[in-house]
Design a protein. Structure first.
Length: 490
């Protein structure tokens, strides 16, 4: 399954988790004179992630590595909602895997600064193939490579996946690439009017996904944003014209009102209030609802778990006010990281080098998860038409946003210093659609102000420690939503 680079998924605060991480790091390295201790159990290289559809692609590199090494890889796949907690428990018991996907809610610079993840050494071919895609403060730190991007920034989590028969019955066009908000609402109301199925299944119990989808829809409504990476941690999302946090901006308010309208229209499956993404998808695939918001990986999950349903499915871009809205993400971050407690450094480096090969990109496309960094390989891959359609949509409507972190890696020190603000953005969405928050504008303005105050504090701390960074690093007055902010524009 999909992840933004630093999604908040734990019940506790990121600061509390970071404190636990730091404590574990100190205990695991005490008496080692800075050397990396071997794993307690030795044996196979342990790899944890939450990308369920990547089984084939990852197994390919595992097999390639194992054929030339005296060892094997044991992979464990977690539900995204459970990954962060599993890592927290592993840290607390000194049983971290050698490689993991980071769903702790902790910014990567903080993990680096605390010595909780360690760099890798890429082979010559991997160095050459990734030279244009590795960014300091995102993939490299002080010149050392910690991860490689395997996914494209051209994606989002709010594609509208639908039962073609239900859509056509409601007068919708399954061939349309986009839909307006008004048309989308009309279709869902028409579907629900029959009384046999709901219009839309949602994952309200997954606050991390809610905040992703609100960010996507806000951009579709015209809200230009700067984003540090392809992830959507609120601390990384600012107004490029001013550098300020604008979660109370018009685009966010309109997007939230649109989501609330789907609830008040009676279009939402009532059980959505207690569903995470996997559970909501299963209810949708079982025919309890006609439409489900999800990312491109939905094709891969359906192929693996609901193969009989997949031929009945179509996909369009996220609905937008005028049916023509763009979205953008920052440079794609790395997805896998080496724990500093790993005793398999050479093996992990070899595996990360294999992640950068064309063969892995081709296999990645075939697994129909997040799109590979090179979208062109999808055309030659054996994929379901819905996946090809999703990639076409992203090619047309997803762009590269400016990244303060790329402009100045010192921004990463600020983000690492910042404490999480609660309620977070996803929790505010939960409160608004659930009726616990009756003034969304005030709640979002309070959230924006709290983030701004926390960033000011963090800037003061890191500047005092010698880092050169200022609010000017967040300002990109030449950016316009719908354009690519390429490397030559920094």
């Amino acid at each position: 399954m999909h992840t933004p680079s630093r999604r908040m998924v734990l019940g506790g605060s990121a600061a509390a988790v970071l404190a636990a991480l730091a404590a574990c790091s100190r205990s695991s390295t005490s008496g080692s004179s800075g050397s990396t201790p071997p794993p307690a159990s030795g044996g196979a290289l342990q790899w944890w992630d939450h990308f369920e559809p990547l089984e084939g692609a990852l197994q390919g590199i595992f097999d390639t590595w194992s054929s030339g090494a005296d060892g094997e890889v044991e992979r464990t796949v977690y539900n995204p909602n459970e990954m962060g907690q599993a890592l927290q428990l592993a840290l607390g018991s000194d049983q971290m895997p050698d490689v993991f996907s980071n769903l702790t809610g902790i910014p990567t610079p903080a993990l680096v600064a605390r010595g909780l993840i360690s760099p890798v050494t890429l082979g010559a071919d991997a160095q050459a193939s990734t030279s244009a895609s590795l960014f300091e403060g995102v993939h490299t730190f002080d010149g050392d490579v910690y991860s490689v991007p395997i996914f494209s920034h051209q994606q989002h989590s709010t594609l509208a996946w639908f039962d073609v028969e239900q859509l056509e019955r409601a007068g919708g066009d399954p061939e349309a690439a986009t839909q307006t908000w008004d048309e989308f609402r009309r279709i869902l109301r028409e579907i629900g009017a029959g009384g046999q199925t709901a219009g839309w299944a949602w994952n309200i119990a997954f606050d991390g996904r809610l905040q992703e989808q609100l960010v996507d829809l806000a951009q579709g409504a015209g809200q230009a944003l700067a984003l540090n990476t392809a992830g959507v941690n609120p601390a990384d999302i600012t107004d490029p014209s001013t550098g300020e946090y604008v979660f109370h901006g018009e685009g966010f308010l309109q997007a939230l009102e649109f989501l609330q309208s789907l609830v008040t229209d009676g279009a939402m499956l009532p059980a959505s209030t207690s569903l995470d993404a996997r559970e909501a998808r299963a209810r949708w695939a079982a025919g309890e609802a006609a439409v489900f918001f999800d990312g491109p990986w939905n094709s891969g999950v359906l192929a693996g778990q609901f193969a009989d349903f997949l031929p009945r499915v179509g996909v369009t871009n996220m609905p937008t006010p005028d049916g023509a809205g763009y979205s953008a993400r920052g440079p794609s971050s790395g997805q896998f990281w080496q724990s500093s407690t790993s005793g398999h450094g050479e093996g992990v480096s070899a595996l990360f080098s294999l992640l950068a090969t064309p063969e892995f990109a081709q296999a990645l496309a075939g697994n129909m998860d997040q799109p590979p960094a090179d979208l062109s390989v999808v055309a030659g891959a054996d994929v379901d038409p819905t996946y090809s359609r999703a990639i076409e949509i992203f090619s047309d409507w997803c762009r590269l946003a400016p990244s303060p972190l790329v402009r100045n890696p010192g921004v990463g020190a600020v983000i690492a210093e910042m404490e999480e603000i609660r309620p977070n953005l996803g929790e505010i969405v939960q409160g608004c659609v659930g009726g616990d928050i009756d003034d969304p504008q005030t709640a979002l303005k309070t959230f924006s102000d709290a983030l701004a105050a926390e960033r000011d504090r963090a800037i003061d701390v890191v500047v005092a420690a010698g880092t050169e960074v200022s609010l000017d690093d967040w300002v990109f007055t030449d950016y316009e939503l719908g354009t690519d902010y390429s490397a030559d524009r920094y």
